[in-house]
Design a protein around this ligand. Structure first.
Ligand code: ADP
Length: 181
């Protein structure tokens, strides 16, 4: 008989915010720290998910909501098996975020908040430039809405915080909620 593993509460940490706000950066840093401490962790990054799990979906409200619903489905499966799931997806619509949160239960909403001007100036992937030039339509913040979270568990102001400060905020909340040892 193998040793029985300690049961651990899984949780989905959901990073929402504009493109370039810092979702991927913070979630990757949190992932690294969790792994180094031996936690079970999985990352669902919007850009990667859209290349496989939700391939073919576009950026209409219906498709964006379907994208989030599918990510939420997988996050739920992992969470209930004790995994810490880090989701980074723009997830611009409040109602679907609420729906996914209600379904998963163990859920920490992180609002990665940087002003549009800052995200646009960073233009990490060069997408804002394309959106401004009209080469990309339905770009969140430019010609598509972003509904800000009304009551996030964590808010990272990445325009004035360092990456380490933002990561610490997430970590502290996970600790406070009892998801970490
Ligand atoms: P997103 O995943 O939200 O599209 P990225 O993580 O790809 O955004 O890009 C965010 C950019 O902002 C990176 O270049 C990162 O170095 C920078 N940045 C500056 N301050 C912070 C911070 N406090 N937290 C996260 N990223 C930050």
């Amino acid at each position: 008989m193998g040793q029985i593993q300690m049961k651990r509460r899984g949780v989905t940490v959901w990073f929402t915010g504009l493109s370039g706000a810092g979702k991927t950066t913070i979630s990757k840093a949190v992932e690294q720290e969790l792994r180094s401490q031996g936690y079970l962790v999985e990352v669902l990054d919007g850009d990667i998910v859209r290349q496989n799990l939700t391939k073919g979906l576009g950026f209409s409200k219906e498709d964006r909501d379907e994208n989030i619903r599918r990510i939420g489905f997988v996050a739920h499966l992992l969470t209930r098996n004790g995994v810490i799931v880090l989701v980074s997806a723009i997830s611009p619509y409040r109602e679907i975020r609420r729906e996914v949160k209600a379904k998963i239960g163990d859920f920490v909403e992180v609002f990665v908040n940087a002003p549009l001007e800052v995200c646009e100036k960073r233009d990490v992937k060069g997408l804002y430039k394309k959106a401004r030039a009209g080469e990309i339509k339905h770009f969140t913040g430019i010609d598509d809405p972003y509904e800000i979270p009304t009551n996030p568990d964590v808010e990272c102001h990445t325009d004035i915080e360092t990456e380490a400060e933002s990561v610490a905020k997430v970590w502290q909340k996970l600790q406070a909620f009892g998801y970490l040892d």
